[in-house]
Design a protein around this ligand. Structure first.
Ligand code: NAD
Length: 471
């Protein structure tokens, strides 16, 4: 098995040491990733710093064209990337799995490539002319998680590059391979040094977040790591976009048709086997429809096949890694003591055989705030359901969490749903759906779910500093 290489200054760079990346469905080695040294990370930052000077001088149109050409490269290699993604991440090829993720990466790239940031004239009169310019920050450090290693890399890299920055990307040690290949494809159309990719263990991250030559960090990952990054980056006063954990509440009002909403609730909660930042992670259901919603949701969930990602009939895959499998197991074991298990709840014992990190779809009713599965982010295929009677009470419970990424309201009455939505403390609220992010709408968390937004014009502008010229 040939090891993958780092991508530094437009070249494929070997490392002395490699590490094994496991396929979570089989626990067999999916590939060998390069273990970068501190010096190699420094090389990547230096290459990005040199390249940034000339990249920033290119016209916006030229950078837009380069981004469109990246989309074409991804499209030309879509099936190859999807297969590699399934091998290291575990998600199915079909459904909302690897092919879908690669398709979304293309769509995000194409949309972002159409954005522009012309100067704004703030004043032009007898007293003078005042213009606002958006200037690139410099080198952007992108630190990535393991749940959507391609799509999130695109979210970080494309707006950075479009706005005249250069990038050093560091994928999660659990899923480095597809991102390395993605950056290799980008290098077919970009000048050398504009996008670099360095993989290794968690020690690389702190070097990036404290490095004086990195002007901005864009990070997607857990709130715990996000807080460390915030502290570590303070000394060099870096610009920051932090997309952190979520514990999204869904509120089901009494006028819904339970059968009709079951599919939307299911995918809101279980997309990517629940390993999605803005998935529905706590479901509050009004007493009038509580039992019916539970029944319809379980009925729908029972039909959803889970399996190895290469099985084209699979709609859900394993949990991505053993650490996450254990987090989900622990939360579910705790929830079982009090709640009513409607589905799953009983993961197979770890016998020492290579059996994959498959955790059965789990739905547990009759829980409440104060229970760990409700209060903590599960980031896996286990959904708690909570009964409510009163709208003020449920809004208070939905907001009683340090996270504030997304939320949803389910009702036939859109006016009522919008009123409830406006009272939820979160960055995005969906009505009769959940987690449907799109490239033209800014996305980000409030409270401890993050700092700043991604996507759309507002997301793009976060990769720039403002300069105002008075003449
Ligand atoms: P993680 O925080 O464990 O790791 C993320 C990345 O940070 C990895 O690349 C890791 O190597 C790196 N890292 C670890 N320690 C570091 C440090 N001290 N300094 C700098 N970098 C460091 O997160 P994860 O387990 O990969 O991802 C799961 C979490 O990500 C969940 O909480 C989920 O909600 C969140 N997430 C959020 C979004 C969003 O947009 N808000 C999207 C996806 C995932």
């Amino acid at each position: 098995m040939d090891p993958f290489r780092l991508i530094i200054d437009g070249k494929k760079v070997p490392t002395k040491q490699c590490f094994e990346v496991l396929n979570p469905a089989t626990e067999k080695v999916a590939g060998l990733a390069p273990l970068a040294t501190r010096e190699q990370l420094e090389d990547a930052i230096r290459a990005a710093k040199v390249a940034q000077k000339s990249w920033a001088k290119e016209t916006e149109r030229k950078r837009q064209t380069a981004c469109r050409r990246i989309a074409e490269r991804i499209e030309a290699h879509a099936e190859e990337l999807a297969a590699l993604l399934t091998a290291e991440q575990g998600k199915p090829m079909g459904g909302l799995g690897s092919r879908w993720e690669i398709g979304a990466a293309i769509a995000w790239t194409q949309y972002t490539a159409s954005l522009s940031m012309p100067p704004k004239v703030l004043q032009d009169n007898n007293e003078g002319r005042v213009e606002l310019f958006r200037k690139p920050i410099g080198v952007v450090g992108s630190i990535l998680p393991w749940n959507f290693p391609v799509m999130i890399a695109i979210w970080h890299i494309i707006p950075a590059v479009l706005s005249g920055n250069t990038v050093v990307a560091k994928p999660s040690p659990y899923t480095p391979l597809t991102t390395l290949r993605l950056v290799e494809l980008m290098n077919e159309v970009l000048p050398r040094g504009v996008v670099n990719c360095v993989t290794g263990d968690d020690d690389l991250g702190p070097v990036m977040t404290s490095h004086p030559d990195i002007g901005k960090i864009v990070f997607t990952g857990s709130s715990g790591t996000g807080k460390k990054i915030y502290v570590n980056a303070a000394e060099t006063m870096k610009r920051m976009t932090l997309e952190l954990g979520g514990n999204d509440a869904g509120i089901v009002l009494p006028d819904v048709d339970p059968k009709q909403i079951a599919e939307g609730l299911f995918w809101g909660a279980f997309i990517n086997t629940g390993q999605t930042c803005a998935a529905l992670k706590r479901l509050y259901v009004h007493d009038d429809v509580y039992e019916d919603v539970c029944e319809e949701l379980v009925k729908f969930a029972r039909k959803m096949p889970m399996g190895e990602g290469t099985d084209e009939t699979a709609m859900l895959g394993p949990v991505q890694n053993l650490r996450q499998f254990e987090i989900v197991s622990d939360l579910v074991a705790d929830a079982r003591k009090k709640g009513r298990v409607l589905l799953g709840g009983d993961p197979p014992a770890r016998t020492g055989k290579k059996q994959g990190y498959f955790f059965p779809l789990t739905i547990i009713a009759d829980l409440d705030n104060g229970d760990r599965l409700v209060d903590e982010e599960q980031f896996g295929p286990a959904l708690p359901i909570i009964r409510f009677h009163d709208i003020d009470e449920v809004i208070e419970k939905a907001n009683d969490n340090p996270n504030g990424l997304g939320g949803s309201v389910w009702s036939r009455n859109i006016t009522t749903a919008r009123q409830v939505a406006s009272r939820m403390e979160c960055g995005s609220v969906w009505i009769n759906k959940h987690g449907m992010i799109q490239p033209n709408a800014p996305f980000g968390g409030v409270k401890q779910s993050g700092v700043g937004v991604e996507f759309g014009q507002e997301g793009l502008e976060e990769y720039t500093n403002i300069q105002v010229v008075f003449s």
